[in-house]
Design a binder for this molecule. Sequence first.
Ligand code: MEV
Length: 315
Amino acid sequence: KARASSIAYGKLILNGEHAVVFDRPALAVPINSLQTKVFITEQSRKGIYLKSKYFFGNLEDCKNILPSLYALIKEFLIYIENPQANFQVNIESSIPEASGLGSSAAVAWSLANALNRYFGTSLNKEELYRFANISEEIVHTNPSGLDLITSSSATPVIFQKNKKAAKLQVASDLKGFIVIATTPKHGLTKNAVMQVAKSAQMHPFLYENYFNQIENITTNAIEHLTSGNLSAFGNDLTENQKVLAKMHLSTPKIDELLTLARNNGSLGAKITGSGLGGSIFALTENYPDAVKLEQLFCQAAANFTHIIALKEYTN
Ligand code: MEV
């Protein structure tokens, strides 16, 4: 029986979310320890079946439950002119959903890639992004593409819309740890992006100014990671958060977690992803500080926490 599979990673935006939708650069890393896996196996029974945490059954019955994945698979089948195929798609993921950590992009990318492998269609990365983007457009309305690029990357990325993504060369002796904490409220990217778009329309000069400030911070952060200046990078995170807060993307819970980070030895902390819920992360110099902070985040009722060593990204 024919079979194929693919994986994709969680993503962490270090700097530049939201501004990236307005053509500014952003900086993001894949989270290799959080993954989505898609397995496709040929079936003797007729039809297409989908199995995920939320749904198990015939593809036709998931149209309303998982419209984004439904649309992606349907469009792929139309493309290969083979609507008679009989197979089952299994989706497994350790990335928490709607938390700003790229779960939807990881599913979309690994699904498009697994379909490509299963049908031997030899699509290149650009073409696969276009298929994965069918799903992302339904989830997010106006995705910048940053999430898809990062969740399919093996290295940190510098991304700008309509430009080829560049690799970020992190200093080889860079130490430091990132502690992620997810607030109980889902971060709905669609709503956050819409809120920013409306505000930018109402106050174009102010928001241009915010986006320019974020662009400057992102440029500084790239330099500080390249040269290995951890405390300066921490400061970039704090500065970035100040702008995101002015854009009304914080919530009381986000502010509570950020204050905990600030008062407990973190070098800097900010929202990651869309905000209005979802996740934050804090930077620490050493592992014990990271663990202490993770404990405090748990005590403050974080939904999910995760520690990443920056060393993972050093070559
Ligand atoms: C969401 O992960 C990141 C945003 O910048 C939206 C996007 O880039 O499409 C908020």
